[in-house]
Design a protein around this ligand. Sequence first.
Ligand code: OGA
Ligand code: NI
Length: 366
Amino acid sequence: MDCLGEWPEPVRRVQAIAESGSPVIPERYIKPLSERPGLEPAGSELGSVPVIDLGALRDGEVGLKVGEACREWGFFEAVNHGVPNEVIERMREVWRGFFALPLHLKQEYANNPKTYEGYGSRLGVEKGALLDWGDYYFLNLLPPALNDPMKWPALPANCRETIQEYSEHVLRLCKALLKAMSLGLGLREYYLQEAFGGDDVGSCMRINFYPKCPQPELTLGLSSHSDPGGLTVLLPDERVKGLQVRHRDSWVTVSPGPHSFIINIGDQIQVMTNAGYKSVEHRVMANSVLERLSVAFFYNPKSDLLIGPAPDLVAPDSPALYSPMTFDQYRLFIRQRGPRGKSQVQSLESKSPASSPRTPPNKLFS
Ligand code: OGA
Ligand code: NI
């Protein structure tokens, strides 16, 4: 990861731009016409992601529902997921508290593109790149060697313990989800967990803060991307919609209940399942009236394992679609280039899978 050093230019906090009160956004945030929100044909926002009650997650039928949602949508809304409402509310409260701190206190945690850990305002290190209307805080939870609460905010006072508590609950949920997802593919229930590295998985969290935007029609809070990791458990804002999911060439705005999670498949599961489950593009709209907070929890395979299609899902009539690569190598792409739709996982697609030698992974970054 040493090719990533410092940010290519001084970082501006979107929150500070928003608070300056200017009625126009800086040019760097203005997206090309084709990427701006609200240009979809009428009716494209109808429909919504499947809602799945996880109360009976041990039940085989829930596995089938989860499997169907992961195949059809790559996304679903989880209710009755077992994470206590009180923990969810406390998590939102501490992070609203963090982003409400004066700028100089947040700056103590300013991040760099080497690890991304800390307070950040951009993804990608290309000088002059267009930017998104959002700030974030990125932190590592697993493996234990990367879990360093000193890199998490000391304020608000209960921030660190709340992060730890929240993540213990969500980790449990992720393990249960991987079982359901394995069963939904007709695999043994521990199949995906083992393919992720058993007990040696990785996990990290990105708390997204989208300040009010005076011209939301010109920009995005987060550009279209698929998540690079395994599985994402998103805690959306309970008051402000904004997340849109691509489904059959239109953008569907997600409208979740107050304590629901939005679960989605990342690129690593798409690769492992040989595209049985899809990592789907999503993006976040900016909002002129309300600021928005979300917590994205990423559950990832052990970072130095080669991840390729599961042998049980490859057969003469369904050849391996992807060249194997470690997650460490894979995530350099988004860390260098920022969110770019599904271009990355597509770049792994073997040209003629049965015969040609596979592209050496490092070629993709040269
Ligand atoms: C992400 C993400 C969506 C949101 O952090 O990868 O897609 O609603 N977030 O903030
Ligand atoms: Ni995402």
